[in-house]
Structures are given as C-alpha cells and as structure tokens.
Design a binder for this molecule. Structure first.
Ligand code: AMP
Length: 367
C-alpha cells in the first residue's frame, strides 16, 4: 500500500510545478490535468493530457486524488464541479466562478462586502462604452470580463482614445470599464485559510508591474498607515467565501486609502518569494490547508525578501555563478515574448542589504 497522498491539480503551469516541488518532501505525489502536452508541471509529476470537457478523463483523474486544487482560476467551472462529484476540491468552484468574472468579483467586494473598489461599469455595447468612459472622465481601463490575466485583454482609455475604432477592433463581447486609480503603490496580501477558519497572513507584498505584468515583489512592504487595513480586507473576503487554501488579494494604495483590484483564488506570483523567504512557503500552506493539516508559520525566514520575474527568457548568466542568498527558479517553459519563464528570489537580513543584492542581481542581468 502506498503511504503517500495523491493531489490533483487542474492546470499544469509553473504554479502547479511549484506546488509539487514543495509538496513532494512532505510525502505528497501529484497528478496534473492539462490540455497541453508540454505543460511544465509535467516535468515533476504525472500529466494527464485531455480537454476540460472530457468527463471520462476528469473522472479517472479525480478518482486517483485525495483532493484536487487549481493552477489557475480560468479552469472551466463545469470541469471543477464535475471533479467535485468524484473527490474533494478546494477552493470551492463557486469561488472560481466569481474570480473568473471581473464584474462579479467587483460586485462581491463592493455590494456584498462593502469594501472599496474604484468605480466600474458593465459594458456590453458601444453606447454603454461611451456612457462609461464619460462617467470615468476619459480615464480608465477597459477589460474583458473573463479570461484576462497579466494585463491581457486590457485597454487604457484616455482623452486620446478613439472609442469607435477601439470598439470595432475588439469586435464585441462583455467588458468592464474601470476608473483608473492613481495609486502610490500596488500591494498584495497573501493569506492561507483552513477549513476551521484559521487564517495566517504573509507580510504585505509591494509589487511593481510593467505593461500589466508583475516584474518585482518586495517584502515586507514599507509599512504605511493602510497596512493593517489591507489584511482586514483580505481576511473579510476569505471568511465570506469560507475559503480553503491560499488566497491573494491585490490592492492599490492611494492617499485616500486602499482600493481592491482583484483576487486570485490560488497561490500567487507575488508570493513566490516565500519558498526561501518565509518559514513555510505559500505552496506548502496551500497543500496543508487542503489536507486539513495545521498551517505553517508565515513569518519571514530572514527578515527581507524580493522576487524578480524572468519574462520572455532566462538571462544567460543565470547559473554561471552562485551568489549567497540568491535563488533561481527556471520553469522549463519555452521562451516566448511576454511569458513568465522563471523567477529569482533574494533574501536578506535588512532593507539595505536587500537593496544592494537586488541592484547587483539586476545589473548582472542587465535588467
Ligand atoms: P489586472 O490584470 O487587473 O490586475 O491589471 C494589471 C495591472 O494593470 C495592475 O496591476 C495595475 O498596474 C494596472 N491596472 C489595472 N487596472 C487598473 C486601474 N483600474 N487603475 C490603475 N491601474 C490599473
């Protein structure tokens, strides 16, 4: 008889890969379900290649797993619900359904939870677009309601935007127009919650984006008068959803306080630093929550940490030297413009040391 647990992951990207790498030493084994044969998680566990509407394959997958979780939030809800008939799955498919739709997500935050979000408008027609843009003083972001990530499916709207042309180009669909939030910085809360309702939060993360994509995370974010509120908001969301697992909540910090941008019902890119930078990584805590085990400490291991994403390609000098406190994660994906192919983590005892190490790394790599 096997003395290990089998965990299934819908989606086989780098998040699934890192869940497996952190779960393996705990005695967990992994099977990934993904429609693409070269999904990078397949490098570290069994990969079932099938479409998300293949119920025969989903049943076979689910029946071998103690529980199932997700690598990304755009897994079709129907597939998650089908899996739920065959084994336990977390977070609940209802959470996926909300997180997949920017409008539903914003309604949850504002109407149900009374949390601050920037103004937003549902846009399903050209006349609704014109009305929404006017209401936002020509200063907003038009986003597809579904399937947008890493800045994809987004259009910056300004006084200069030719709305007629844009509407023709995007050729219909369901959108949300968000008022542009003029933030001082972007932060995220990464928390782990188990079925008993215990919640542990990692230190607040400060995130830098370029063209909608995360490039760098610094932890802990320099404290501000809004830091405590960020944790309160994220916990409120997790409790409302009876959430199990790791949840990420991204926020904009302005002079007038915090505005919630979006949530990710999964381990998150801005939590990758926790592999070396925290006592328990976000990946281990996600699995612990799913297994019903006590959550591990989310304290920093060294005090300070930073994560730099490698987008498009891994720098050629990556493995030619081994710097103390600098770690490489190369996902084994094909290079492609705009694709996250790896990241580096730096840990340090204090902010100055972190700064010095990050600048050195960035210079070395010409970043
Ligand atoms: P998203 O995919 O919605 O997280 O957007 C990616 C990035 O685009 C965010 O992290 C921000 O840097 C920027 N962005 C998106 N929406 C807004 C907004 N309403 N106001 C200001 N910046 C935004």
């Amino acid at each position: 008889m096997n003395n290990f647990h089998v965990i299934g992951i819908l989606g086989g990207g780098q998040l699934a890969q890192m869940l497996a790498l952190d779960g393996f030493p705990l005695g967990f084994r992994f099977v990934f379900f993904d429609p693409t044969a070269d999904a990078c998680a397949g490098l570290v566990g069994d990969l079932m290649v099938a479409d998300y509407d293949d119920e025969g394959a989903l049943e076979k997958f689910a029946k071998q797993c103690d529980f199932v979780t997700y690598d990304f939030e755009n897994v079709p809800v129907k597939a998650a619900e089908f899996v739920a008939q065959n084994t336990s799955i977390f977070p609940h498919p209802n959470v996926l359904e909300i997180a997949q739709d920017r409008l539903k997500e914003k309604v949850l935050f504002r109407e149900q939870l009374n949390l601050p979000v920037g103004d937003f408008y549902s846009v399903d027609s050209y006349s609704e677009l014109v009305f929404a843009v006017k209401s936002c003083d020509n200063d907003g972001f038009l986003k597809t309601r579904r399937m947008g990530y890493d800045g994809k499916g987004q259009h910056r709207i300004t006084n200069e935007t030719d709305l007629k042309k844009l509407w023709e180009e995007i050729d219909g669909g369901s959108f949300i127009l968000e008022q542009a939030v003029h933030f001082n910085r972007e932060v995220s809360v990464i928390l782990a919650r188990n079925a008993s309702g215990d919640i542990l939060c990692y230190e607040l993360c400060e995130n830098k984006h370029k063209q909608g994509m995360l490039t760098t995370t610094l932890v802990p974010a320099t404290p501000s008068k809004h830091s405590d509120t960020a944790f309160d908001y994220a916990k409120k969301i997790a409790n409302e959803l009876s959430y199990v697992g790791v949840l990420a909540v991204e926020m904009f910090e302005t002079n007038d306080g915090l505005f919630i941008n979006e949530m990710a019902p999964r381990v998150h890119n801005s939590g990758h630093w926790s592999i070396e930078g925290a006592v328990t990584s976000q990946f281990e805590n996600h699995l612990r929550a799913g297994m019903g085990l006590p959550l591990g400490s989310t304290e920093m291991s060294k005090g300070y940490s930073a994560m730099i994403n490698w987008i498009g390609e891994i720098p050629s000098v990556s493995l030619t030297s081994k710097e103390k406190d600098v770690y490489w994660h190369i996902y084994g994906k094909q290079n492609r413009k705009g694709r996250k192919v790896g990241h580096s983590t730096v840990v340090a005892d204090n902010a100055q040391e972190l700064h010095t190490k990050v600048v050195k790394l960035a210079k070395l790599l010409g970043a």
